[in-house]
Design a protein around this ligand. Structure first.
Ligand code: ADP
Ligand code: MG
Length: 252
Protein backbone atom coordinates (compact mmCIF):
# COMPACT_ATOMS: atom_id res chain seq x y z
CA UNK A 1 0.00 0.00 0.00
CA UNK A 2 2.74 2.43 0.91
CA UNK A 3 4.96 3.59 -1.91
CA UNK A 4 8.65 2.86 -1.38
CA UNK A 5 10.40 5.80 0.26
CA UNK A 6 12.52 6.51 -2.81
CA UNK A 7 9.39 7.05 -4.90
CA UNK A 8 7.64 9.10 -2.24
CA UNK A 9 10.61 11.45 -2.03
CA UNK A 10 11.14 11.67 -5.77
CA UNK A 11 10.78 15.22 -7.06
CA UNK A 12 7.40 16.21 -8.42
CA UNK A 13 9.15 17.94 -11.33
CA UNK A 14 12.61 17.33 -12.62
CA UNK A 15 14.15 19.48 -15.34
CA UNK A 16 17.50 18.19 -16.58
CA UNK A 17 19.86 19.80 -19.06
CA UNK A 18 17.15 21.65 -20.93
CA UNK A 19 18.24 23.62 -23.97
CA UNK A 20 15.90 25.54 -26.23
CA UNK A 21 16.96 27.17 -29.46
CA UNK A 22 14.95 29.05 -32.06
CA UNK A 23 15.90 29.27 -35.70
CA UNK A 24 16.40 32.82 -36.82
CA UNK A 25 16.49 31.86 -40.49
CA UNK A 26 19.99 31.86 -41.91
CA UNK A 27 22.12 33.11 -39.03
CA UNK A 28 23.04 30.95 -36.05
CA UNK A 29 20.07 29.94 -33.91
CA UNK A 30 19.00 31.92 -30.87
CA UNK A 31 19.84 29.95 -27.72
CA UNK A 32 17.11 30.86 -25.24
CA UNK A 33 17.69 28.21 -22.57
CA UNK A 34 20.86 26.26 -21.93
CA UNK A 35 21.64 23.61 -19.32
CA UNK A 36 18.59 24.40 -17.23
CA UNK A 37 18.33 22.12 -14.22
CA UNK A 38 15.76 22.36 -11.48
CA UNK A 39 13.60 20.20 -9.29
CA UNK A 40 10.38 20.90 -7.47
CA UNK A 41 9.33 18.93 -4.44
CA UNK A 42 5.83 18.34 -3.21
CA UNK A 43 4.76 21.05 -0.76
CA UNK A 44 6.88 23.84 -2.21
CA UNK A 45 6.13 27.22 -3.67
CA UNK A 46 9.11 28.19 -5.80
CA UNK A 47 9.75 31.53 -7.47
CA UNK A 48 11.62 32.13 -10.70
CA UNK A 49 13.17 35.57 -10.83
CA UNK A 50 14.99 36.88 -13.87
CA UNK A 51 15.26 39.57 -16.48
CA UNK A 52 12.74 40.09 -19.20
CA UNK A 53 13.64 38.01 -22.25
CA UNK A 54 15.72 35.52 -20.26
CA UNK A 55 13.51 32.58 -21.19
CA UNK A 56 11.30 32.19 -18.12
CA UNK A 57 8.05 31.86 -20.08
CA UNK A 58 9.74 29.44 -22.46
CA UNK A 59 10.80 27.32 -19.49
CA UNK A 60 7.27 27.30 -18.04
CA UNK A 61 5.90 26.23 -21.42
CA UNK A 62 8.44 23.40 -21.54
CA UNK A 63 7.48 22.26 -18.03
CA UNK A 64 3.80 22.39 -19.00
CA UNK A 65 4.63 20.19 -22.00
CA UNK A 66 3.43 22.85 -24.46
CA UNK A 67 6.81 22.91 -26.19
CA UNK A 68 9.33 20.15 -26.45
CA UNK A 69 12.84 21.41 -25.65
CA UNK A 70 15.56 21.02 -28.26
CA UNK A 71 17.59 19.00 -25.71
CA UNK A 72 17.22 17.71 -22.18
CA UNK A 73 14.24 16.34 -20.32
CA UNK A 74 11.33 17.45 -18.22
CA UNK A 75 9.60 14.91 -16.08
CA UNK A 76 6.53 15.21 -13.94
CA UNK A 77 5.92 12.52 -11.32
CA UNK A 78 8.64 10.47 -12.94
CA UNK A 79 7.17 10.54 -16.46
CA UNK A 80 8.22 12.73 -19.40
CA UNK A 81 5.76 15.61 -19.83
CA UNK A 82 3.77 16.06 -22.99
CA UNK A 83 1.10 18.52 -24.07
CA UNK A 84 -1.52 16.06 -22.95
CA UNK A 85 -0.09 15.50 -19.45
CA UNK A 86 -2.86 16.03 -17.01
CA UNK A 87 -2.10 17.47 -13.62
CA UNK A 88 -0.33 20.65 -14.74
CA UNK A 89 -2.05 24.03 -15.15
CA UNK A 90 -0.62 27.30 -16.36
CA UNK A 91 -1.80 30.80 -15.44
CA UNK A 92 -0.86 33.64 -17.80
CA UNK A 93 0.08 37.24 -17.05
CA UNK A 94 -2.39 38.52 -19.63
CA UNK A 95 -5.24 36.31 -18.27
CA UNK A 96 -5.83 34.91 -21.81
CA UNK A 97 -9.63 34.94 -21.50
CA UNK A 98 -12.01 34.75 -24.44
CA UNK A 99 -13.96 38.04 -24.42
CA UNK A 100 -17.00 36.54 -26.14
CA UNK A 101 -17.41 33.84 -23.49
CA UNK A 102 -18.85 34.23 -19.99
CA UNK A 103 -16.86 33.58 -16.83
CA UNK A 104 -18.35 30.11 -16.55
CA UNK A 105 -17.70 29.29 -20.21
CA UNK A 106 -14.09 30.48 -19.90
CA UNK A 107 -13.58 28.31 -16.83
CA UNK A 108 -15.20 25.29 -18.51
CA UNK A 109 -12.61 25.60 -21.27
CA UNK A 110 -10.07 24.38 -18.73
CA UNK A 111 -11.93 21.06 -18.80
CA UNK A 112 -12.00 20.75 -22.58
CA UNK A 113 -9.21 18.17 -22.79
CA UNK A 114 -10.90 16.03 -20.15
CA UNK A 115 -14.31 15.83 -21.76
CA UNK A 116 -17.08 14.83 -19.39
CA UNK A 117 -20.81 15.44 -19.36
CA UNK A 118 -22.05 19.05 -19.56
CA UNK A 119 -23.69 18.83 -16.12
CA UNK A 120 -20.45 17.59 -14.56
CA UNK A 121 -18.41 20.30 -16.27
CA UNK A 122 -20.83 22.93 -15.09
CA UNK A 123 -20.65 21.64 -11.54
CA UNK A 124 -16.86 21.66 -11.52
CA UNK A 125 -16.67 25.11 -13.11
CA UNK A 126 -19.07 26.56 -10.55
CA UNK A 127 -17.05 25.01 -7.71
CA UNK A 128 -13.82 26.58 -9.03
CA UNK A 129 -15.56 29.95 -9.51
CA UNK A 130 -16.86 29.79 -5.97
CA UNK A 131 -13.46 28.75 -4.57
CA UNK A 132 -11.69 31.71 -6.13
CA UNK A 133 -14.27 34.20 -4.89
CA UNK A 134 -16.25 34.90 -8.06
CA UNK A 135 -19.55 33.52 -6.87
CA UNK A 136 -22.33 35.46 -8.59
CA UNK A 137 -20.24 36.39 -11.63
CA UNK A 138 -20.75 33.15 -13.57
CA UNK A 139 -22.63 34.88 -16.39
CA UNK A 140 -20.55 38.05 -16.58
CA UNK A 141 -18.26 38.74 -19.54
CA UNK A 142 -14.56 39.55 -19.02
CA UNK A 143 -15.03 43.19 -20.08
CA UNK A 144 -17.45 43.68 -17.19
CA UNK A 145 -14.79 42.63 -14.68
CA UNK A 146 -11.82 44.40 -13.08
CA UNK A 147 -8.28 43.17 -13.77
CA UNK A 148 -8.13 41.33 -10.46
CA UNK A 149 -11.40 39.55 -11.17
CA UNK A 150 -10.22 38.63 -14.65
CA UNK A 151 -7.15 36.99 -13.18
CA UNK A 152 -9.42 35.18 -10.75
CA UNK A 153 -11.16 33.74 -13.83
CA UNK A 154 -7.74 32.72 -15.17
CA UNK A 155 -7.01 31.02 -11.85
CA UNK A 156 -10.40 29.30 -11.76
CA UNK A 157 -9.79 27.95 -15.27
CA UNK A 158 -6.41 26.59 -14.09
CA UNK A 159 -7.82 25.13 -10.87
CA UNK A 160 -10.92 23.53 -12.38
CA UNK A 161 -8.91 20.49 -13.46
CA UNK A 162 -7.58 19.98 -9.91
CA UNK A 163 -3.93 20.23 -10.98
CA UNK A 164 -1.11 18.82 -8.90
CA UNK A 165 1.27 21.45 -10.22
CA UNK A 166 0.34 25.09 -10.78
CA UNK A 167 2.61 27.15 -13.02
CA UNK A 168 2.04 30.90 -12.92
CA UNK A 169 3.70 33.30 -15.36
CA UNK A 170 3.86 36.74 -13.72
CA UNK A 171 0.28 36.26 -12.55
CA UNK A 172 -0.04 39.54 -10.67
CA UNK A 173 2.14 41.89 -12.68
CA UNK A 174 -0.72 43.32 -14.75
CA UNK A 175 -2.56 44.30 -11.55
CA UNK A 176 -2.24 47.33 -9.31
CA UNK A 177 -0.39 46.85 -6.02
CA UNK A 178 -3.44 46.46 -3.77
CA UNK A 179 -5.28 44.12 -6.12
CA UNK A 180 -2.16 42.00 -6.52
CA UNK A 181 -1.76 41.80 -2.75
CA UNK A 182 -5.37 40.74 -2.20
CA UNK A 183 -5.20 38.04 -4.85
CA UNK A 184 -1.86 36.78 -3.58
CA UNK A 185 -3.18 36.56 -0.03
CA UNK A 186 -6.34 34.77 -1.14
CA UNK A 187 -4.29 32.27 -3.12
CA UNK A 188 -1.91 31.64 -0.22
CA UNK A 189 -4.86 31.16 2.13
CA UNK A 190 -6.39 28.56 -0.18
CA UNK A 191 -3.03 26.79 -0.36
CA UNK A 192 -2.40 26.91 3.38
CA UNK A 193 -5.89 25.71 4.21
CA UNK A 194 -5.49 22.83 1.77
CA UNK A 195 -8.56 23.93 -0.20
CA UNK A 196 -6.80 23.46 -3.52
CA UNK A 197 -5.00 20.13 -3.41
CA UNK A 198 -2.03 21.37 -5.40
CA UNK A 199 1.32 19.80 -4.57
CA UNK A 200 3.62 22.57 -5.77
CA UNK A 201 3.56 26.02 -7.34
CA UNK A 202 6.21 27.46 -9.63
CA UNK A 203 5.75 31.18 -10.14
CA UNK A 204 7.59 33.58 -12.40
CA UNK A 205 7.77 37.08 -11.00
CA UNK A 206 9.65 40.34 -11.38
CA UNK A 207 8.76 41.39 -7.90
CA UNK A 208 11.25 40.42 -5.21
CA UNK A 209 8.93 41.30 -2.35
CA UNK A 210 6.22 39.13 -3.85
CA UNK A 211 8.66 36.26 -4.27
CA UNK A 212 9.78 36.53 -0.64
CA UNK A 213 6.20 36.70 0.63
CA UNK A 214 4.99 33.71 -1.35
CA UNK A 215 7.89 31.38 -1.94
CA UNK A 216 9.92 28.87 0.02
CA UNK A 217 12.75 29.10 -2.51
CA UNK A 218 13.59 31.61 -5.19
CA UNK A 219 15.52 30.49 -8.24
CA UNK A 220 17.59 33.20 -9.86
CA UNK A 221 17.50 32.97 -13.60
CA UNK A 222 20.39 34.32 -15.63
CA UNK A 223 20.07 35.41 -19.23
CA UNK A 224 21.80 34.89 -22.57
CA UNK A 225 21.15 32.04 -22.43
CA UNK A 226 18.65 31.50 -19.66
CA UNK A 227 19.60 29.12 -16.88
CA UNK A 228 19.32 28.81 -13.12
CA UNK A 229 22.37 30.58 -11.70
CA UNK A 230 21.48 30.70 -8.04
CA UNK A 231 18.95 29.93 -5.38
CA UNK A 232 17.73 31.71 -2.28
CA UNK A 233 15.89 29.99 0.54
CA UNK A 234 13.27 32.08 2.25
CA UNK A 235 12.87 31.85 6.01
CA UNK A 236 9.28 32.77 6.63
CA UNK A 237 8.48 34.93 9.64
CA UNK A 238 5.21 33.06 10.11
CA UNK A 239 5.17 29.34 9.50
CA UNK A 240 2.59 28.23 6.98
CA UNK A 241 0.44 25.36 7.99
CA UNK A 242 0.18 23.65 4.64
CA UNK A 243 2.52 20.87 5.70
CA UNK A 244 0.18 19.83 8.47
CA UNK A 245 -1.16 16.28 8.35
CA UNK A 246 -4.56 17.26 6.94
CA UNK A 247 -2.94 18.88 3.93
CA UNK A 248 -0.45 16.07 3.47
CA UNK A 249 -3.34 13.62 3.44
CA UNK A 250 -4.88 15.52 0.54
CA UNK A 251 -1.81 15.46 -1.65
CA UNK A 252 -0.40 12.02 -0.93
P1 ADP B 1 10.85 35.89 -20.51
O1 ADP B 1 9.59 35.20 -20.18
O2 ADP B 1 11.95 35.62 -19.53
O3 ADP B 1 10.66 37.37 -20.72
P2 ADP B 1 10.65 34.43 -23.02
O4 ADP B 1 10.72 33.00 -22.68
O5 ADP B 1 9.32 35.00 -23.32
O6 ADP B 1 11.41 35.29 -21.89
O7 ADP B 1 11.57 34.72 -24.30
C1 ADP B 1 12.97 34.45 -24.30
C2 ADP B 1 13.53 34.73 -25.68
O8 ADP B 1 13.04 33.76 -26.58
C3 ADP B 1 13.16 36.08 -26.26
O9 ADP B 1 14.28 36.59 -26.92
C4 ADP B 1 12.06 35.75 -27.22
O10 ADP B 1 12.05 36.67 -28.28
C5 ADP B 1 12.45 34.37 -27.71
N1 ADP B 1 11.32 33.54 -28.13
C6 ADP B 1 10.33 33.08 -27.32
N2 ADP B 1 9.45 32.32 -27.99
C7 ADP B 1 9.91 32.28 -29.27
C8 ADP B 1 9.46 31.64 -30.49
N3 ADP B 1 8.34 30.88 -30.50
N4 ADP B 1 10.20 31.83 -31.60
C9 ADP B 1 11.32 32.56 -31.59
N5 ADP B 1 11.80 33.18 -30.51
C10 ADP B 1 11.12 33.04 -29.35
MG1 MG C 1 7.73 35.95 -19.82
Amino acid sequence: MNAPLAIKNAPLVSVLGVRQTYDKGGSSPLVVLDRVDLTLQSGEIVGLLGRSGSGKSTLLRAIAGLIRPSEGSVSFRGEPVSGTSSGISLVFQSFALFPWLTVQQNVELGLEAQGGLPAERRKRALAAIDLIGLDGYENAYPKELSGGMRQRVGLARALVVHPRLLLMDEPFSALDVLTAETLRTDLLDLWCEGRMPIEAILMVTHNIEEAVLMCDRILIFGSNPGRVIGEVRVELPQPRNRLDPAFRALVE
